[in-house]
Design a protein around this ligand. Structure first.
Ligand code: CUA
Length: 319
C-alpha cells in the first residue's frame, strides 16, 4: 500500500483555527452524550416502571404532573438547542474574523484535477508558482485566496481547520495560523467530477526561515541542465506534447493548463497527491496517466525508452 505524507485528522489540530473547531466538536459531543444518557435513561425507566392498577382510572393530579414533565422536557430541549446554536455561532465568528494585516497571501486555483498555487508579491518578478504542495510558515497568519476555473472544488485541510469552497467566477478566502510544524494532507471536499477523489494536496508548515528559503527557491527559474542526459531530457520535454500544458521557468514552456513543473523534484507527490514522487511512479504517470487517473486531461505519451529515461532524468533534476 502506498503511504502518503501528511497528517489528516480534524482531531489532531495543528492551527489555532483547528483548535477552535476541535473544541466545538468536543462540546457538541459532550452535550450529545448527556442528552443521549438522559433520553435512554428516561425510556428505560418508563419501560420497566411497575404499572399500578389505578393508572387506568382518570386522575387529574397525575394528568397535571405529566403535563408539567412534558413541558419541562420541551423547555430543556429548546434550551439545549439554543446553547448549541450560540456555541456554533461563537466559533464561526472567531473563525471568520478579519485576518491580521501581516498575513501571507497565497492564491490557490482549483482545476480538474489539481491545485495551482501562486505566491504573489508587489514585484511581479518575485511571484512564484507551484502546484499541489503548499508551504506556509509556522506562527504567521496565512490567507488562502481561493478560485476555480471550471467547477466547484472544496479546499480542505482537516488538521489545520481550513475548509472553503472554490467557486468559479467568485473569489473566496479562508485564513489560519499554523502552530505546529508538520506535513498535513488536504483533500478536495466537493464532488468535482471523475477524479474528485484523486485531488489531494500537501501543506508543509515549517519554521519561518526554512519557509523563506523554500520560497526563494520557488521564485528561481528551473535549474539549467548540466550534463548531456538532462540536456537531452529538456529537448524531449520541449519537443513533445508536455510543453502544450506545462510551464518550466526559464524555458520556453509557459502553459498554465497543467501543473507548473519548475521545481517538480522538490515535491513529495505527483498527480495531485495521488502518487509518491519517485522515478518509477513518474515514469508510469508520463507514459499512461489514464491508467492512474482515468479522465485526467493528460494524454498518454509514447516515448522511446531512451527519450523517457532522459526526460525522467531532466524532471528529477528540477529541484
Ligand atoms: Cu476538486 Cu473534488
Amino acid at each position: 500500500m502506498i503511504q502518503f505524507p501528511g497528517e489528516h485528522s480534524a482531531h489532531a489540530p495543528a492551527s489555532s483555527q483547528a483548535v477552535l473547531l476541535d473544541r466545538l466538536g468536543e462540546q457538541l459531543y459532550g452535550i450529545g452524550a448527556v442528552v443521549f444518557v438522559l433520553v435512554v435513561g428516561a425510556l428505560l425507566a418508563a419501560a420497566f416502571r411497575p404499572r399500578a392498577a389505578a393508572e387506568d382510572v382518570e386522575d387529574p393530579t397525575r394528568e397535571r404532573r405529566m403535563a408539567a414533565i412534558v413541558a419541562a422536557a420541551a423547555g430543556a430541549t429548546v434550551a439545549t438547542l439554543i446553547a448549541v446554536l450560540f456555541l456554533s455561532f461563537g466559533t464561526g465568528r472567531e473563525l471568520t474574523g478579519t485576518p491580521p494585516p501581516d498575513a501571507i497571501q497565497i492564491r490557490v486555483t482549483g482545476r480538474q484535477w489539481f491545485w495551482d498555487v501562486e505566491y504573489r508579491d508587489s514585484l511581479p518578478s518575485r511571484w512564484a508558482t507551484t502546484a499541489n504542495e503548499i508551504h506556509v510558515p509556522v506562527g504567521r497568519p496565512v490567507v488562502f485566496q481561493l478560485r476555480s476555473t471550471d467547477v466547484i472544488h472544496g479546499f480542505w485541510v482537516p488538521s489545520l481547520g481550513v475548509k472553503r469552497d472554490m467557486i468559479p467566477g467568485q473569489e473566496t478566502s479562508v485564513w489560519f495560523r499554523a502552530d505546529t510544524p508538520g506535513v498535513y494532507r488536504g483533500q478536495c471536499a466537493e464532488f468535482c467530477g471523475y477524479q474528485h477523489a484523486k485531488m489531494a494536496f500537501t501543506v508543509v508548515a515549517e519554521p519561518p526561515d526554512r519557509f523563506a528559503a523554500w520560497l526563494d527557491r520557488q521564485r528561481d527559474t528551473a535549474r539549467t541542465p548540466t550534463d548531456s542526459l538532462t540536456r537531452h531530457g529538456q529537448d524531449v520535454f520541449l519537443a513533445s506534447t508536455c510543453v502544450m500544458c506545462h510551464a518550466i521557468g526559464g524555458t520556453p514552456a509557459g502553459s498554465r493548463v497543467g501543473p507548473n513543473l519548475t521545481h517538480l523534484a522538490g515535491r513529495r507527490t505527483i498527480a495531485a497527491g495521488t502518487l509518491p514522487n519517485t522515478r518509477g511512479h513518474l515514469a508510469g504517470w508520463i507514459v499512461d496517466p489514464q491508467q492512474i487517473k482515468p479522465g485526467a486531461h493528460m494524454p498518454p505519451n509514447a516515448l522511446a525508452p531512451g527519450e523517457l529515461q532522459a526526460l525522467l532524468a531532466y524532471l528529477e533534476s528540477l529541484e
